[in-house]
Design a protein around this ligand. Structure first.
Ligand code: ZN
Ligand code: ZN
Length: 508
């Protein structure tokens, strides 16, 4: 067994997991308390990479996603109607009405679009809803054990976190039978044989609840209990859980000393941060939903972003120009067979590379008004003959969303059908410059020839800097001060057309 260490992190993790001899069951989980964003997506894609790697090694593997929809709503987030939701704080997400009225519950409102995105990303995962897990009674034995071993749990938590849990602390959180809340209830007794819990609530209610669906375990106990119930042996989790005294640390001890099981193989992962706004988090509001990003780039591109980085490395996500560059990198890796394993693990429905640099395509698309025939014709004469029409059509769809939502201003423009009003403010030198261009431009010139012409003419102006002269080109064509590289831009638009426009702008 002295094989070469695999190149890709997912294969390395898969080897370690397979070597442990335990049946691999990979688990992931997210609380659907708000929009599920691409930071959350890293967890599921990290797990999916290991799942695929294990399958590739011929190891049968389980893979599930636990939707933590039985967690209580903690606060009224800014995106919620304060009046409606203040009364819902403390109730489980699965028992609260959805914000739009179109879903079965608050949890489903956020869960359903996430599951649709997983489909697109080709993540084949068994979905386990935490409320169903509890309501089915499958957690009852764990609840009994936790209540019986309360003292052991309290000692472990004290030892590892330094916190005293207090006299009325219980590993079980009852859901009040009268008001439906979990945030004001206390356990006053339990019956292990009948599988019931006695409780009292701040609302004044008290009584007996079935363990099945009558509440849930506290997070730090819930997690190891779930490892036992679902047989989890591999789990990625965010760095907040992997700190000293964090929930993985306490989970290890609780798993072994209370639930009599081994903790899963950990895969701690770093966050995805959003450029200029720090780590993505629902409570900070700086999130991008996965569905949103999947409108802008193909699923393979999003997968690749996660696959190529080791889980321990922060991913900086910038949906502007760097995202466009990422599309080019994936195209390029595809065409040249580069970064093969990461590309293989990024496979979704099927990726067809376009073979045209993204920014060129975006420029051509805007010049052609997104008409496919015109786009194909321009690509053909600008150095990209014979590219796939279906691939271009698909990419244009993504590009139009990218332009509308994330592209930097200077990437966006519309060629004006008439001389824009902005051209009225051109200086004398700018007009003379355009006039020179109008005389020099002839149809058939390519980008390089136009580029040379522009620089030669600009060199003749001593008192006006070239940048100011070039602005005249953009004012005359686009009605704004900046635009794409002038040489190829004019060549694509047609030097004859531009010559007429420049003559008009120069004052005829
Ligand atoms: Zn809804
Ligand atoms: Zn109550």
């Amino acid at each position: 067994m002295n094989e070469r260490k695999p190149q890709h992190w997912a294969d390395a993790v898969a080897l370690e997991v397979a070597a442990s001899g335990r049946l691999p069951v990979i688990s992931t989980g997210i609380s659907p308390s708000g929009e599920i964003h691409i930071g959350n997506m890293r967890e599921v894609l990290t797990a999916d990479a290991v799942f695929r790697a294990l399958n590739d090694q011929g190891v049968e593997t389980g893979f599930h996603f636990v939707a933590d929809n039985f967690d209580p709503l903690r606060k009224v987030s800014p995106f919620l109607d304060r009046e409606t939701y203040t009364a819902q704080v403390g109730k489980p997400l699965s028992e609260i009405p959805c914000p739009c009225g179109g879903h079965d519950s608050y949890a489903d409102h956020f869960l359903e679009p996430f599951l649709e995105s997983l489909e697109k990303l080709h993540v084949r995962v068994d979905v386990v809803r935490a409320d169903e897990l509890y309501k089915s009674g499958r957690m009852n034995r764990r609840i009994v054990t936790a209540l019986e071993r309360r003292a052991t749990i309290v000692a472990i938590l004290k030892e590892l976190t330094g916190k005293d849990m207090g006299d009325d602390w219980s590993p079980f959180v009852p859901m009040c039978g009268a008001c439906g809340r979990m945030n004001g209830t206390r356990v006053s007794g339990f019956d292990a044989a009948a599988e019931t819990v006695e409780y009292a609530c701040d609302c004044g209610a008290a009584g007996t609840l079935p363990m099945a669906g009558g509440g849930k375990l506290q997070w730090r106990i819930d997690w190891p209990a779930r490892w036992r119930t679902l047989g989890v042996t591999v789990e990625p989790f965010g760095k907040d859980h992997s700190t000293r005294g964090g929930s993985y640390d306490t989970g290890i001890r609780i798993a072994r000393e209370v639930f009599d099981c081994e903790p899963p193989h950990p895969i701690p992962y770093e966050w995805i941060s959003l450029k200029g706004q720090g780590d993505m988090s629902s409570s900070k509001g700086n999130v991008l939903s996965i569905g949103h990003v999947l409108k802008v780039v193909p699923p393979e591109v999003l997968r690749y972003m996660v696959m190529r980085a080791r889980p321990g490395k922060t991913i900086k996500f910038d949906p502007g120009r760097p995202l466009a560059q990422l599309v080019d990198q994936v195209d390029d890796a595809h065409a040249r067979g580069r970064d093969e394993r990461a590309m293989e693990l990024s496979r979704a429905a099927g990726f067809e590379p376009v073979g045209v640099p993204y920014r060129h395509l975006v420029m051509v698309a805007q010049i052609a008004g997104f008409e496919l025939d015109r786009v194909m014709e321009i690509l053909d004469r600008t150095g990209y003959p014979g590219v796939s029409r279906t691939a271009v059509a698909e990419r244009l769809e993504y590009a139009s969303h990218w332009l509308a939502e994330f592209a930097p201003e200077e990437e966006k423009y519309t060629v004006q059908e008439r001389l824009p009003n902005e051209a009225a403010g051109l200086t004398g030198d700018q007009r003379r410059f355009l006039s020179g261009l109008a005389t020099g431009l002839t149809d058939g010139m390519d980008g390089a020839a136009v580029h040379d012409l522009i620089y030669n003419i600009a060199a003749g102006f001593e008192s006006t800097p070239p940048a100011e002269l070039f602005q005249a080109i953009y004012f005359a064509l686009l009605g704004k001060a900046r635009g794409p590289r002038a040489g190829s831009f004019i060549a694509i638009l047609g030097p004859g057309f531009c010559a007429r426009r420049f003559a008009e702008a120069a004052g005829g």
